[in-house]
Every structure is written in C-alpha cells, then in structure tokens.
Design a binder for this molecule. Structure first.
Ligand code: UT7
Length: 334
C-alpha cells in the first residue's frame, strides 16, 4: 500500500421530479401500500419521464451538483467513472458523454457495471487510481435509469426500483483518511436469480422476446433476499473484525438501499443502533448504482471528519462486499 490514501472530498446527487407513489402503483398492478411498506420500506421512487433522455441525463446533473457545491474546476478532473447497469447505449460509454458534457475535457472516462454493487466496486477502482499517485481527482458517478428495464406489469420488480444518480470526488489525503480496507466478492452461480436476460451478446432481443416482455429485468426475490442478508452481514462483520472495529468505533453504515429489512438485518449483525444506519429507501426505492452516493449526499451535513463509515452492497451477478472508509471533511454551512 502507498502512503497516499483516497478520500471522498465532495458529493452531489440528482433525482428526476416525477414521483411514483405506492397508491399510484396500486392502480397499475395487484399490490397495496401496506404490503410494499412493510416488505420493503419503500413509499415512493423517482422516474425519469423526459423523452429521449437516458442515464447520462441523471449522471450529468449529479456531477454538476457536485461541481457547483464544491467549486471544483472540471478541467482539473483526471478520470470520470460511471457505474451503471443501464448505460445510454451498448457501445459509446455513458461516462465519455457525461465527462464532455460537464466540461471534464482533460479526463479519460469509462463505464463500470456490476449491478447493485457497481458503485462499491467503483470506489475500489477510484481509490487505486488515487493511491497510485498518478491521478489527483477521480469523479465516480453512480447512475441508473431503472425505469428503462423495469416491467410495470410485474409487481415483483416494479415496486422496488427507481431512477437517480449520485457523484463523489476522490482525492489524495495525507492524514490517513479515506478508504482503509475492502472485502469484495462475486459468485456467478447467482446470475440466474437476478438478470436482464435479453439484449446482450448471449440472448438477442427478438419479436418473440419483446412479446413476452423478456427484455425486462427478472428477479427471484426470495433467493436474492436470502443471499443479500447473508453476504452483506458476512462482509461487514469480516471488515470490522479484521480492522479490530467494534460497534462503538463505527459511526455510520451506508448500505445499498434494496430493502429496509436487508439493511436492518445487516445493522443488527453489526450491533449498530438505528441512528447510525443511513436510510433513504422510503423516498427513492432501489436506484441500483446510485444508492450509495445518494445516501452520502443526503447525510453529508451529519458526517464529521474522521467518522468511520462502513459501506455494504449486494447485487446481481451475484456481487457483494464491504468497504471501510474514514470520512475526510466536516461540511460547514457557508
Ligand atoms: O438490489 C439488488 C438486489 N435486490 C434485492 O435485494 C431485492 C431482494 N428481495 C426482496 O427485497 C424481496 O424478496 C421482495 C420485496 C422482492 C419480495 O418480498 P418477500 O417478502 O420475499 O415476498 P415473496 O416474494 O416471498 O412473496 C410473498 C407473497 C407472495 O404471495 P403468496 O405466495 O404468499 O400468496 C407474493 O405473490 O407476496 C406476494 N407478492 C406481493 N403482494 C403484493 C409479491 N409481490 C407483491 C406485491 N404486492 N408487489
């Protein structure tokens, strides 16, 4: 390990204005507010309704929010990474369009996809670029327009997902703050339980596929749920044990917002009190790559320099893990 650590120094976020509530979903599929609230914790989600706008629209706005709040000159950014499971297009990265649109014309850029773990794995990637000493400003964006792959006739998935984006800036830190440790894993035998099956190189989209809605996201909720609870709890407790952290050393759990019951189960295994658990799933649902940076944006004013934040995620692949980070700044109201 180098002496340079990779710290988060700025955050930003964006959600589209259209709010899809539980009562609205009651008119679309056989469900009800009580079932959704008790089983998932979700009350509403945001949907990008504008015509001809893809994930880059969300990513650009989140990045611009970060630039505006931090005063960072986009010309100084070295690298832009967009974590997304719903890129604008199959080829021509969402990141390169986003970087150009925000004026980061001295940066190189690329997309990363690991479903709901995309942002977590992106944090690992961004940290390595900073720790190498070669790059000074890495902009990591998590953005997903999940409404582009969700079937609004399938009550098993349409109640969960929403659209949104969040952005963080990684910079070198010489006080030992930033990313401390990580435990990241994948298991390809889980891919059958959560996938967008058609439209990739394996299974084309044909007329037959379109007719039966095979181009949408498919999830076997129960299996994903069980694996998410086990692996997020396992990863976070492993990170705590090997860094000799006990519950009083941890100020925050920033966990992927897929289901309130999964987050609470993870927090219980870590023996954390509820006030240490970042939660905004009730407002946005599961925004896939965007949940973690959107949490940081919502909790930015409560985070203090030196706070220990444990990140955790689980998603399609299967993919999962945990990152231990020391927060690098206290936001002052100016
Ligand atoms: O972010 C990536 C990872 N994704 C996740 O982590 C999601 C993990 N899975 C989950 O969050 C949960 O499994 C769900 C929220 C998707 C489903 O909750 P569940 O408690 O596992 O419900 P279930 O699938 O076992 O279904 C229980 C019952 C079933 O009825 P019966 O068979 O007991 O009569 C379902 O048909 O609830 C029914 N049901 C619904 N009822 C009302 C399923 N979906 C709905 C619905 N509204 N939307």
């Amino acid at each position: 390990m180098s002496n340079i650590s990779a710290a988060i120094t700025a955050v930003g976020a964006y959600v589209p204005e259209f709010v899809l509530t539980n009562p609205m979903l009651e008119t679309m599929v056989d469900t009800n507010d009580d079932w959704i609230t008790t089983r998932t914790g979700i009350k509403e989600r945001r949907i990008l309704k504008r015509d001809a706008k893809g994930t880059s629209f969300l990513a650009i706005r989140a990045a611009k929010d970060l630039l505006l709040k931090s005063g960072i000159d986009p010309l100084t950014i070295d690298l832009v990474v967009v974590a997304t499971a719903t890129p604008d297009m199959k080829a021509a990265s969402t990141a390169s369009y986003t970087a150009t649109q925000i004026g980061a014309i001295n940066a190189f850029s690329f997309d990363m996809d690991s479903a709901c773990s995309g942002f977590l794995f992106g944090m690992s990637t961004a940290a390595r670029y900073i720790e190498s000493g070669r790059y000074k400003k890495v902009l990591l964006i998590g953005a997903d327009k999940m409404s582009s792959i969700v079937n609004y006739k399938d009550r098993a998935t349409c109640i969960i997902f929403g659209d949104g984006a969040g952005a963080v800036l990684f910079e070198p830190n010489d006080e030992g703050l930033g990313v401390q440790d990580e435990y990241l894993r994948t298991d390809g035998s889980g891919r059958e339980f959560l996938q967008a099956t058609n439209g990739g190189s394996l299974n084309a989209i044909t007329h037959e596929v379109l007719d039966r809605g095979g181009h949408y996201l498919y999830q076997e909720g129960k299996t994903v749920f069980k694996n998410a609870v086990f692996n997020m709890s396992d990863a976070t407790t492993k990170i705590m044990e090997r860094n000799q952290l006990n519950k009083t050393d941890v100020q925050w759990l920033a966990a992927h917002q897929a289901n309130k019951r999964i987050i609470n189960a993870t927090a219980e295994r870590m023996e954390l009190n509820p006030e240490k658990v970042m939660m905004n799933i009730e407002k946005y649902g599961n925004t896939t790559s965007a949940t973690l940076p959107m949490l940081l944006n919502d909790y930015e004013t409560q985070l203090k320099k030196g706070d220990t934040v444990i990140f955790a995620a689980f998603g399609g692949g299967f993919s999962w893990g945990s990152i231990y980070l020391k927060w690098a700044y206290t936001k002052t109201n100016n």
